[in-house]
Design a protein around this ligand. Structure first.
Ligand SMILES: [Cu+2]
Length: 133
């Protein structure tokens, strides 16, 4: 009976916060920090969208290989000199990709990498990246 009371109290307490979406966030390290980082990322997205007309191209997933040129953890970007991407009709070029902190710390500048990314026009986000061996 005591255990049931405790569980019931816990449910009530967690219900008070009324923020079920927070529980879906990956990682429970510091919820406040995570939320701040997420909102900043959204603001960056808005800024990048103004660079192109308001056409929202469908996203396409593609893979490529390349060399890491630079990594910017603060802005969540990695610059890669990538080989041509046939699927997107992209020539070889050096460009920035959005990436998560985990992805950014899994590779190093100068490293050959293989990666998958999701592209909306020239707005590309890394889906998976690993050193090429
Ligand atoms: Cu490119």
């Amino acid at each position: 009976m005591k255990l049931q009371t405790a569980l019931f109290a816990a449910v009530l307490l967690s219900g008070c916060s009324q923020q079920p979406s927070t529980a879906e966030n990956k990682g429970n390290g510091s919820p406040d920090g995570m939320q701040t980082a997420a909102s900043e990322t959204n603001q960056v997205d808005d800024g990048a969208a103004t660079a192109e007309p308001q056409v929202a191209p469908a996203s396409t997933t593609a893979s490529a290989t390349g060399t890491v040129k630079s990594i910017d953890l603060a802005s969540g970007k990695i610059v890669i000199a990538h080989a041509p991407v046939d699927r997107l009709k992209w020539p070889a070029m050096t460009m920035g990709f959005k990436a998560s902190p985990e992805q950014l710390t899994s590779v190093q500048p100068g490293q050959q990498v293989e990666f998958e990314f999701e592209s909306r026009g020239m707005d590309a986000t890394i889906a998976r990246i690993s050193p090429l061996k």
